[in-house]
Write a protein that binds this ligand. Structure first.
Ligand code: KIV
Ligand code: ZN
Length: 561
């Protein structure tokens, strides 16, 4: 054997003239078939028990999947029992078709027919392997022998199905040339055409031809070329539904499915979150939500994706990765400051423009569409910009910090992230904000105060302020008048040491938490001795008191500094 990479045989692309698939776009949902309970289940360390399979089945029904491969009933007693319970237990809605898999072998086909007795809608799915490699190393057979296995099975299936169909069962057929991707395309066409004929397929009674990428061995564009070639060459194309069954060995299962749809496929077999043999089957959630983000209705409901994830992880005991598209814990999180800033601006733009469309950079989908929340979108670590912390304060806690205050608070948060060396939570950011600006502990305290407002005959108002202030152990009374509470307070403290601060700026807004509404005031003061500026924040149910608290917060912060 050659060493290293030289031991691999490169994929031989299918030659095709004038391919048309690259100019196409996906405009409608394919027929979806879930293979979670068969391909997914057979790839689990601990296959699901009956209860788990039933719960999983009901979730798939709720999502809107109409064709569900429930297992391999001839493979074991357990699989047979599960099939019977689904049918006899009345679990299958009338508009859902169950699919059962069987190898193209007589005794297994007979057992499968027993298993499906009494079901309303069934797809009987049979397969045999057709690839060059399997013919050489597993079956030691020429293509003729492989075709005979398939057509003998087709004959038996057709014959056994007639009484059932006459008895009222909606029984359809599916054939998979297993390892289609490793089969010479002309051989794949011939065997599929033979199967269509033996099953008496017609445009009215189509047979599903499922063309699996049993092992992903080429680039998705090369697969699409193969598929377009296959479809062009298949004589009874109109009597077939072309189905895909991509696995994900090269990590391009989604692209294979999407390009396969462009190349003419009408149906996709897939699993939730891509569970399946080895690197898995193609992920139905990603495929569906990719369509959604292109303005195409996938006809599947993932509006509560966390619920689906929870069921999936519990039943399969397989974790969903933090970066898994649409569902992973981190996929709606921006760590980079510039991303956070752009998201912030996009959100603002959406609000102001009333845009009908989703136009937020770095968020290809509205998290709410999959039942996720905006709150965790921005998380703060030492790479976050100054706007990130302010964004959290606004979106998670309702504090609309003045723009000029962002750098100061951003710096405070950054010092903390550098100190702890990891990301910090919105709760910790809120705590830092309160510690820094609201719960500032002295040296000045407002012990008591009173405001009195008088309005003269011309409507001018004057506010009188009287208060008791404590500075360390000293308590003193102050009083003054002004045209508003802030002015009155500054006039009251004239002559005190606190008077060295001059007033620069003021913002306020209401902050509502459930039914409780408070006023929050942000005041910027300047220390006349050294010119340094200090923000203070005050919170109160009383609109006059919030700015006083903000002034004391700024003064106390200056003292502390
Ligand atoms: O991957 C595969 O080829 C299969 C077939 C049985 C359809 O699962
Ligand atoms: Zn498979």
């Amino acid at each position: 054997m050659k060493p290293g990479f030289q031991k691999y045989i490169p994929f031989q692309p299918q030659k095709i003239e004038n391919r048309t698939w690259p100019d196409k776009v996906i405009t409608k949902a394919p027929i979806w078939c879930s293979v979670d309970l068969r391909d997914g289940n057979q790839a689990l360390v601990d296959p699901m028990n009956l209860q788990e399979k039933l719960e999983y089945f009901h979730t798939l029904v709720d999502i809107g999947v109409k064709e569900i491969e429930i297992g391999f009933p001839s493979a074991s007693e357990t699989e047979y029992e599960i099939c019977r319970e689904l049918i006899e237990g009345g679990h299958i809605p009338d508009d859902v078709t169950i699919q059962v898999l069987v190898q193209a072998r007589e005794h297994l086909i007979r057992r499968t027919f027993e298993a499906i007795q009494g079901a309303k809608n069934v797809i009987l799915h049979f397969y045999n392997s057709t690839s060059t490699l399997q013919r050489k190393v597993v079956f030691h057979m020429e293509m003729d022998g492989i075709t005979k296995i398939a057509t003998d099975a087709a004959d038996l299936i057709y014959e056994m199905s007639q009484p059932m169909i006459q008895g009222g069962m909606n029984l359809r057929f599916e054939y998979s040339p297993e390892s289609f991707m490793g089969t010479e395309m002309d051989n794949a066409v011939d065997i599929c055409q033979a199967v269509l004929e033996h099953l008496h397929a017609t445009p009215e009674n189509k047979v599903i031809l499922n063309l699996p990428t049993t092992v992903e061995n080429c680039m998705p564009n090369q697969f699409a070329d193969m598929l377009e070639y296959f479809i062009r060459k298949l004589p009874s194309r109109e009597s077939a539904i072309i189905s895909l069954h991509p696995h994900n060995d090269r990590g391009t299962g989604v692209a294979t499915a999407e390009m396969g749809l462009l190349a003419g496929a009408e149906r996709v077999e897939a699993t939730l979150f891509g569970n399946g043999e080895r690197t898995g089957n193609v992920d139905i959630v990603t495929l569906a939500m990719n369509m959604w983000t292109q303005g195409v209705d996938p006809e599947l409901d993932f509006s509560d994706i966390n619920k689906v994830k929870e069921m999936y992880e519990r039943c399969t005991k397989m974790p969903v990765g933090d970066r898994q598209p649409y569902v992973g814990k981190l996929v709606f999180t921006a760590f980079s400051g510039s991303h956070q800033d752009a998201i912030n601006k996009g959100t603002q733009y959406m609000k102001e423009s009333g845009s009908e469309y989703w136009e937020i950079p770095y968020l290809p989908i509205d998290p709410a569409d999959v039942g996720r929340e905006y709150e965790p979108i921005i998380r703060i670590n030492s790479q976050s910009g100054k706007g990130g912390a302010a964004y959290i304060m606004e979106h998670n806690f309702g504090f609309e910090l003045p723009k000029a205050m962002h750098p100061e608070f951003g710096h405070i948060v950054q010092v903390e992230t550098d100190r702890v060396g990891k990301e910090i939570t919105p709760e910790r950011i809120n705590q830092l904000f309160h510690e820094e600006y609201i719960d500032v502990d002295g040296p000045y305290y407002l012990r008591k105060h009173a405001f009195q407002e008088t309005v003269d005959s011309e409507g001018h108002s004057r506010v009188a302020f009287q208060g008791t202030i404590q500075h360390t152990d000293t308590i003193f009374e102050v009083s003054g008048e002004g045209n508003g509470p802030i002015d009155a307070f500054f006039n009251a403290i004239k002559g005190e040491k606190m008077a060295r601060f001059s007033f620069l700026d003021y913002f306020s807004h209401a902050i509502t938490n459930g039914s409780d509404s408070q006023g929050v005031a942000y005041i910027l003061l300047q220390d006349q001795r050294d010119g340094r500026k200090y923000w203070g924040v005050g919170l109160s149910h009383n609109i006059n008191l919030a700015p006083l608290r903000a002034i004391l917060s700024a003064i106390n912060r200056a003292k502390r500094a």
